[in-house]
Design a protein around this ligand. Structure first.
Ligand code: CTP
Ligand code: ZN
Length: 151
């Protein structure tokens, strides 16, 4: 029995984002654009005891699978996360996140003069650095609090 089973109920269908660093679950929800207003069923465990991480967060989203772009940004704040796809209560797919070289479409460039923040529809693109990300268009670097730049 996994260590969080008694704290956060199992889900029937959807995605479990597990092994998120303790305290980062709300950032994962921000990346997914979840604030409760759309009526999604979401369970969050924060600072749950974990053998691997000491303390971990866990996010369970019912009835939804994640896009690769969302998983890529999650990997920046939760490098050890696993993405579990659940159908009929069974984990049918489990993937560790992989730190990407580039993230597209999820983050917004903080530079108001960047081509990606103008009226023309140019999707954002950031190169992933060892610490932070760099806009592929204007070279603006976001070093900290990446989840505050969800577009
Ligand atoms: N889970 C869930 N609902 C289900 C099935 C699984 O919420 N119907 C959750 C489990 O509670 C766990 C995660 O999905 O947090 C992964 O499930 P599982 O692979 O069964 O657990 P572990 O073997 O402990 O996973 P790992 O080895 O990745 O730690
Ligand atoms: Zn830019």
């Amino acid at each position: 029995m996994s260590d969080d089973t008694l704290r956060v109920s199992k889900i029937r269908n959807g995605t479990v984002i597990d092994h998120v660093p303790g305290g980062q679950a709300l950032k994962v929800l921000a990346i997914l654009g979840i604030d409760g207003s759309a009526g999604e069923t979401v369970s969050v465990g924060m600072n749950v005891p974990s053998d691997k991480l000491g303390r971990k967060d866990i996010v369970k989203v019912e009835g939804r699978e994640l896009s690769q772009a969302e998983v890529d940004v999650i990997s920046l704040i939760a490098p050890a996360a696993s993405i579990n796809i659940v159908r009929d209560y069974e984990v049918i797919e489990k993937n560790r996140v992989v730190r990407p070289e580039r993230v597209e479409g999820v983050l917004a460039c903080p530079n108001p003069n960047c081509i990606t923040t103008g009226d023309e529809p140019v999707a954002s693109a950031f190169e992933v650095l060892d610490a932070g990300v760099r806009c592929a268009y204007c070279d603006t670097i976001i070093r900290r609090d990446i989840a505050d730049h969800i577009g």
